[in-house]
Ligand binder design. Structure first.
Ligand SMILES: [Zn+2]
Length: 296
């Protein structure tokens, strides 16, 4: 029997309330304000995150002088110009961003020479003397995938997660429409987009936040134990058309697209809480980048 949306919300809320997030306590408790360099903070994070070293990584300093003392840390999904302004206004000189600063995965900037938007953003960063450091690969490669862990916490779905697969949840039966509505409200979206029969029953959920690419999204959608994939973004001529074809061939599959920023911001919120006790005396703020789109 389908559960009502209210029961569904109650179930996940209870689960969220019972959830525990016990990080290992920091090993020492000095006051780091004014005495630790930004490079020291970066080194500390890379040391304490339970990830094997990643030789080829995008988790590099994008701009700024890391030898300066850290005055405050802002954590965000993406260092937008508005986030940079807000971080500086709150006294932060280190911005930890999950996604790129300069509009491509490797933050290559050769192609942006004399680009007015790039120039304006660099000027803004230099004016405030902030350092932008990306933290992407190391968060996704922890055993629990810290980004997904933060999302499951926000959704109250930790108890529903498969012990074998970080990205698979078995939730109480819900219609696709109710599930979409739930995600919209939990993630603070103006709208989410769905493909599939709104009344289709959903229990097996692939929680593939961010942009996994068509093949990996379709791999999950092809599994018998996956009814729906939730993603940040999907190429509209790949995954979305696979789901449309599946339904036209009588296979009930659903896709819910929530937007990349909203899909991963809860992971960075979780990370800011992980970081705070490790840098005593330094303010760590989470500044959501927000949804870049406006729905009309
Ligand atoms: Zn990510």
């Amino acid at each position: 029997m389908d559960i009502s949306r209210r029961d569904f919300l109650a179930a996940v809320t209870t689960t969220a309330g019972a959830a525990t997030f016990v990080s290992a306590l920091p090993r020492r408790q000095p006051d780091f304000a004014g005495e630790m360099s930004i490079q020291g903070v970066i080194d500390l994070i890379l040391r304490d995150l339970p990830t094997d070293p990643i030789p080829e990584t995008v988790d590099t300093v994008k701009i700024g002088d890391t030898r300066q003392s850290v005055s405050g840390i802002a954590v965000t999904f993406l260092a937008t110009s508005a986030v940079i302004e807000a971080a500086a206004a709150q006294g932060a000189n280190l911005i930890i961003t999950h996604e790129p600063t300069f509009y491509n995965h490797l933050d290559e900037t050769d192609w942006l020479k004399n680009n007015p938007v790039y120039d304006a953003k660099v000027s803004l960063i230099e004016r405030h003397g902030v350092v932008v450091w990306r933290l992407h690969d190391h968060l996704h490669r922890t055993q629990q995938d810290d980004i997904t862990h933060g999302v499951l916490r926000t959704l109250g779905w930790e108890a529903f997660a498969s012990p074998e697969d970080n990205y698979l949840c078995k939730i109480p039966k819900s219609s696709l429409a109710d599930l979409a509505d739930f995600l919209k409200h939990r993630l603070g979206a103006q709208a989410v987009r769905t493909i599939g029969d709104p009344e289709m029953p959903c229990t097996g959920i692939g929680v593939l936040m961010g942009a996994w690419g068509g093949r990996r999204q379709i791999e999950y959608l092809s599994r018998a134990d996956v009814d729906v994939v939730i993603c940040g973004e999907a190429r509209e001529w790949e995954t979305t058309e696979y789901v449309r074809d599946a339904n036209e061939h009588g296979m009930a599959k659903g896709l819910i697209v929530v937007g990349h920023a909203l899909s991963e911001e809860p992971g960075m919120a979780w990370f800011s809480e992980w970081l705070r006790p490790r840098v005593p005396g330094v303010d760590v703020v989470h500044i959501p980048a927000g949804d870049p789109f406006r729905v009309v």
